[in-house]
Write a protein that binds this ligand. Sequence first.
Ligand code: TRP
Length: 371
Amino acid sequence: MRGEILMKNIILTGDRPTGRLHIGHYVGSLKQRVELQNAGDYEKMFIMIADTQALTDNFGTPQKVRDNIIEVMLDYLSVGLNPEKVTFFVQSEISALPELTCYYMNLVTLSRLLRNPTIKSEIKDRGFDNENKGIPVGFANYPISQAADITAFKANIVPVGEDQLPMLEQAREIVKSFNGIYKCNTLVMPEPIIPQNKVCSRLPGTDGNSKMSKSLNNCIYLSDDSKTVKEKIQSMYTDPNHIKITDPGKVEGNTVFTYLDAFSTDKHFEKYLPEYHNLEELKEHYRNGGLGDMKIKMFLFNIMEEILQPMREKRKYYEKRIPEVINILKNGTAEANKYADKTLDEVKSAIGINYFSDESFTNEQIEKYDR
Ligand code: TRP
């Protein structure tokens, strides 16, 4: 019985194809997706490449979006997401999504959209609040379009990073409002799931900056080679006052320790630093002085390599089979379309605008004019 309920889970999530995925994406979301995939408690698991959403703030540089579709697919496949278990698809190919968006737009006010904290900070970051720029309607609207992404597939579980919680809140409001206004239970209420380890949902850049970004050049990418990873770890921000090995060091705000919080396990200590039992002991030694940055950086490097090396191998395999990768995406998109089209039909009939597939429409109109 319990099994039957669990098998009804529909999991959906996605990413904007605006760049290669990095280890922040990995601990913040990809790792959890692989775990969900392997746990198998679902009827369907969808992963969407959100190119339409990426265009809402990259409409002037579409080549960037185009170039990152397969890049992101390779990232997915390299972390161990399995095309036999997951349906991968491209957002812009699902025509039911903009149609659903259109009906949901009536249910949300402009002021509600602009109250979304993630949207607010993104407007600032992108300079849309400058007097000569302005907020593109498509951009402000993307939380509604994201509600369409989620509801089109009747997803009840949406694994996301913390920054996406306001989007899920918006989607939930739309579901409640739609089902209420049209007196139906067509739309399914989605629940977000976020990583349990706090550090994982907001991993800082290697320079200690709270945001990882390509322009800051502070990310370790899943596709970085060993040498690049080593260089990036060697130049990581630690404690600027920890100059001599004997100096006491600070652990808080020390990026290497933040990364160790996110990635290290007691097993890693056993394997690479057996003189310590766990991270607490290592931190204690660092605080007291006598532990050099090089040693903690090498430890982190060993852990990262253990995680990244198998990914590099899988990536190499798929890089030699690009047509196969494109086919995975194409077939997934065809399948996704079936689900979304079905929901669109249900949505239209809930509103009552399914004129040609609804016999009662014909009868109703005959009766009306039969005077
Ligand atoms: N907004 C998400 C991000 O930037 C990507 C996304 C688009 C998404 N549609 C979605 C995530 C639906 C989960 C569900 O990461």
